[in-house]
Design a protein around this ligand. Structure first.
Ligand code: XIL
Length: 373
């Protein structure tokens, strides 16, 4: 009897231990490897969406602003700044002791036309545009100095073939707009991490261009801390091997690598190549929206497997990959419901429309202790 009691006590203690040790949140499951984040919209940080806010507080230790820090929101008119939403975003991050990301300072999209034009609608000079870029960066970075820990300084500067995109920034200022942006940001907040962020860097040509860009910046002493792989991926593209190689290649350049905008699109892909080009727009068609009333179990499992594969690769690069951020919290408000086709029912994240964890969440959680002990 005494022996039995002894055994029972040992069993109880050890099972208690297992329970205490197995993590229940994403941020805990991967805390030995990287931080885990989500991009937020205002409803999630102003108390309007309590369900999602609770998920954010529980699961994530870093946040990104889905839209509230983009140029068109904070600087809609010449000289007129509006920080109302961005301030709330940063306060939310501080209150919850999260690592706060700024997204983004220089991009061709969601930047008002006036930035590139004079009063008559003609393109401004290199000097004027450089000055506008500098004013913007200084104003925005200074406001959140010491609070925003990392900035996507330049977003999506490359074409698919690895050459520099002919954005208005490039056309008017020339290719040194990129280093100027990093230098202005660094001067304003020398402690902030500064990133180059882009999609489809897993494709060889674009990856080569990005590696070359980062190599050149580093050689010139430009203060770049890391590279963001957006990873708006599909179920089968890019492959886990392509992502693996991409992370390794950037690692060789002595920059941190971050997965900055992760989601997995499982609907029919209506374009010839996998991309996250926001200008892509395809007409709605019921054939492109096969699961309006729920996801079949089989597809749910395929998504779970894809997510486990992705986290397997990310965790393989523990320490080099320092952050993995999802582009959204639940399937309900993912941008993937409206891009590249409007009004679809997509299922790209780990939480369903009611905020319940999906099989993909469980797959990522179960993998955690194995790959990030
Ligand atoms: C998207 C937002 O999610 C949408 O709400 C918005 O309408 C368009 O932009 N790459 C980026 C992000 O760097 O800023 C984009 O976010 C998605 C693609």
């Amino acid at each position: 009897m005494r022996r039995f009691l002894f055994l029972a006590v040992i069993l109880l203690i050890s099972s208690g231990r297992t329970i205490a040790q197995s993590p229940t949140t994403l941020k805990d499951a991967y805390k030995s490897c990287f931080t885990i984040g989500a991009a937020l919209n205002p409803a999630q940080f102003t108390g309007q969406d309590q369900v999602e806010e609770a998920i954010v507080k529980q699961q994530f230790n870093t946040i990104s602003p889905e839209n509230v820090l983009k140029w068109e929101v904070v600087h809609p008119q010449p000289g007129a700044y509006d920080f109302a939403q961005a301030d709330k975003y940063v306060e939310f991050g501080q209150q919850n002791r999260m690592f706060i990301i700024g997204h983004n300072l220089v991009w061709h999209s969601q930047t008002p036309k006036w930035v590139f034009e004079d009063g008559k609608g003609n393109p401004v000079s290199r000097k004027v545009l450089s000055r506008r870029m500098r004013d913007h960066i200084e104003k925005v970075v200074a406001r959140y100095k010491g609070r925003i820990g990392g900035w996507d300084v330049v977003n999506e500067a490359l074409n698919e073939d690895g050459t520099l995109r002919q954005s208005p920034w490039m056309k008017i200022i020339g290719e040194d707009y990129i280093e100027k942006a990093f230098r202005y940001a660094h001067k304003t907040d020398p402690q902030a991490q500064l990133y180059y962020n882009d999609y489809s860097l897993e494709n060889e040509a674009k990856r080569k261009g990005a590696l070359e860009l980062v190599r050149k910046l580093k050689a010139k002493g430009v203060p770049i801390t890391g590279v963001g792989l957006q990873d708006h991926v599909n179920l089968d593209s890019p492959t886990a091997d392509q992502i693996d190689t991409t992370i390794s290649e950037f690692g060789k350049l002595d920059v941190k690598v971050m997965i900055t905008e992760l989601d997995v699109d499982l609907l029919p892909w209506p374009a010839s190549n996998q991309t996250a080009d926001v200008s892509l727009s395809v007409a709605a068609d019921p054939k492109l929206n096969p699961y309006p009333n729920g996801l079949p179990d089989e597809v749910q499992q395929t998504l779970a497997k894809r997510y486990a594969d992705l986290f397997g690769v990310y965790a393989k690069h523990c320490g080099l990959v320092t952050r993995v951020t999802f582009w959204g919290v639940t399937d309900k408000d993912s941008w993937k419901n409206d891009w590249p086709v409007k009004g679809r029912t997509n299922y790209p994240l780990l939480f369903d429309r009611e905020g319940q964890p999906k099989p993909a969440f469980n797959a990522v959680m179960q993998l955690g202790p194995k790959v990030a002990p």
